[in-house]
Design a protein around this ligand. Structure first.
Ligand SMILES: [Zn+2]
Ligand SMILES: [Zn+2]
Length: 297
């Protein structure tokens, strides 16, 4: 996932030609605001990016088109599979539309950013060494079969699932009717739902959860194996050893790499990340309006 930086795009293509890549939607919105000087469509745009099924996507796009034909056409200039949830490859089980993960990492290493390269690497390896142990220990003592993230997701959706009605005869298809009368089909054998979310992130959505309630089964027995406690532990299973002091390093015969000569003005690298125009000021500013179609915020 990138902000479409030219360097990133060519690096992806050269180094990982078969990798599935995406564009951060926060970056697309920032571009949108810069291009159209319009701050009023953010909510509609985010909804468009997050909806996980084709019908919902078409509705959301039609609503944007009704407001501005130009904006709708502008959005379609980039391939939908790069930024829109319903077009992502479901086998990846990753539903993120923005790269908040790298933003978190970036703020986590903030104090180290202006250090010389060896010091930077030293600090990074120390941080990651400790972090890997902490997460591994957390997984080790976890008293659950699935990760805390998956557990919270299921609990939140269970609450919504109680409001749904299940209609079923025989076979793998279940018909779910929500409070506004919308009909959603769930296929328990394939692990798919019309809303698109179950197949996208591998966690049963509220429609699948109500089916499991109806069948008297546990939803946590139906999450994708990526969310198993064991998978979480394996992720942090690597032991990272400390690097000895530089004075203890073996003698190394190689051409000395001279520093790169640049004509830029000397100044400390910026520590503060420039925030995008639409980023909320307060970190806990939240919107609680949940979409009845995609179940997303
Ligand atoms: Zn971005
Ligand atoms: Zn669903």
């Amino acid at each position: 996932m990138s902000d479409r930086q030219k360097e990133c795009l060519s690096a992806f293509e050269n180094e990982w030609p078969y990798a599935n890549t995406r564009y951060c939607f926060r970056h697309i919105i920032a571009n949108f605001i810069a291009t159209f000087n319009n701050h009023k469509m953010n909510r509609k745009l985010w909804h468009l990016a997050r909806v996980a099924n084709r019908a919902g996507f078409n509705d959301a796009l039609a609503s944007i088109r009704a407001e501005s034909e130009k904006v709708a056409n502008w959005l379609m200039l980039e391939p939908v599979s790069k930024w829109e949830r319903h077009a992502f490859k479901p086998s990846i089980k990753f539903d993120h539309v923005s790269n908040n993960i790298s933003e978190y990492f970036y703020s986590w290493i903030k104090e180290d950013r202006d250090k010389p390269i060896l010091q930077l690497l030293e600090n990074l390896i120390r941080k990651i060494m400790v972090r890997f142990y902490e997460k591994w220990a957390e997984a080790e003592k976890l008293n659950d079969s699935i990760t805390p993230y998956a557990r919270v997701y299921l609990t939140t959706n269970e609450y919504e699932a109680r409001k749904l009605q299940v209609i079923h005869g025989r076979g793998q298809w279940y018909e779910i009717v929500d409070q506004v009368g919308l009909k959603i089909l769930v296929n328990v054998d394939d692990g798919t739902c019309d809303c698109g979310m179950w197949q996208m992130n591998g966690l049963p959505c509220m429609h699948a959860i109500v089916v499991f309630m109806y069948k008297r089964e546990f939803a946590h027995d139906h999450v994708h194996c990526y969310y198993f406690k064991q998978a979480w532990k394996v992720t942090y299973d690597v032991v990272i050893n400390p690097i000895p002091d530089e004075s203890r390093w073996p003698a190394f015969q190689s051409k000395i790499i001279e520093p790169h000569v640049t004509r830029t003005k000397v100044s400390n690298p910026k520590k503060k990340r420039r925030s995008a125009p639409d980023e909320p000021r307060a970190p806990n500013a939240t919107f609680s309006k949940r979409c009845s179609i995609c179940g997303e915020l």
